[in-house]
Design a protein around this ligand. Sequence first.
Ligand code: AMP
Ligand code: MN
Ligand code: MN
Ligand code: MN
Length: 276
Amino acid sequence: MTHYDLHCHSTASDGALSPEHLVERAVQQGVDVLALTDHDGTEGIVAATRAAAGSPLTLIPGVEISVSWYGSTIHIVGLNIDITNTELQSGLATLREYRQQRAEEIARRLAKSGIADALEGASQYASKTMLGRMHFAQFLMEKGYAADTKDVFKRFLVRGKPGYVPGQWTDLSSAVEWITGAGGQAVIAHPLRYKITATKLRRLIEDFKAVGGQAIEVSSGQQHPDQLRNIAALAKRYDLLASCGSDFHSPEQRWTELGRFLPLPASCTPVWSLWQ
Ligand code: AMP
Ligand code: MN
Ligand code: MN
Ligand code: MN
C-alpha cells in the first residue's frame, strides 16, 4: 500500500533537515508520497522535488499557512499547490514580513527580561526568509535557559511568558483562497492542537467549509486512537476529505518520525483520491 506523509518541515522553515536530507530520510522510513509543508513559504520545494526525482519518492508541493481566527492561531496546510502562483506567493511574502516584525518584538520582550541579542541569536538558526519561534527556542537552549524544546516553549514562548507575542496572521478565507487559487487542497492541520473547545472546533470547520476548505488532518503524529476516531467522525459529519502527516521537524524530537502515525480509518475518503 502506498504510504503518504503529507505534513513535514525542512530548514526552509523550522525543520532541522535540508529538503534533500528530508527526502532521503522519508525514503528510509518507507514513505512513498511526501508533502513538504514549510511554514509560510515554499523555498524548499524546488530542492526537494529535485532530490525526489532521483529516488522512489513522489514529492507533493505544499505549505503550512499561519492564520488568525477569533484570537487563535490556526494552521492551514495547502497540498498540491502550484508554487509559481503569484497571489499565493505574495500572500506568503506578507506573512514572512510579519514574522520578521514579530521576531523583533519577541527579541525586545526577551531583552526586557534580561536576555540580550536574541534576534541575532535566533537568526543564526534560520534560513534567510523565515524566522520562527523554534529559532528562538534553539537560541535559548544554546544559552542554557532550558534543556529541551518543550521546556523552552513552556517557559518563554507561549501566552503569558516573557517572549510571547500574540500572532497577527492572515485570515482563514485568504489562506484558503491562496491555496485553492494555486490549484491545491486546503487542509485544517492538527485539529486537536489548538486548545479550543469542541464547539469552537466545529465552528472553525463550518467557517473553513464556507470559504472553500476541503480537507482535515485526521491522522497526525502523537495521536491517541480515540482522537483519531473523533476527527474521523468530524470529517464524515462535515463531508471533508482526510489527510495524514507526521508534522516531522527534527530527528532530535524523538516523539515524531517521518511516516509515523496511525493509518486513516476506512470510513475516510483520503485527500489524494483527487490526485489520481
Ligand atoms: P511560529 O509559527 O513561529 O509561531 O512557531 C510555531 C512552531 O513552533 C510550531 O510549528 C512548532 O514547530 C513549534 N512549537 C510550538 N509550540 C511548541 C511546543 N510546545 N513545543 C515544541 N515546539 C513547539
Ligand atoms: Mn514548526
Ligand atoms: Mn502546525
Ligand atoms: Mn507543521
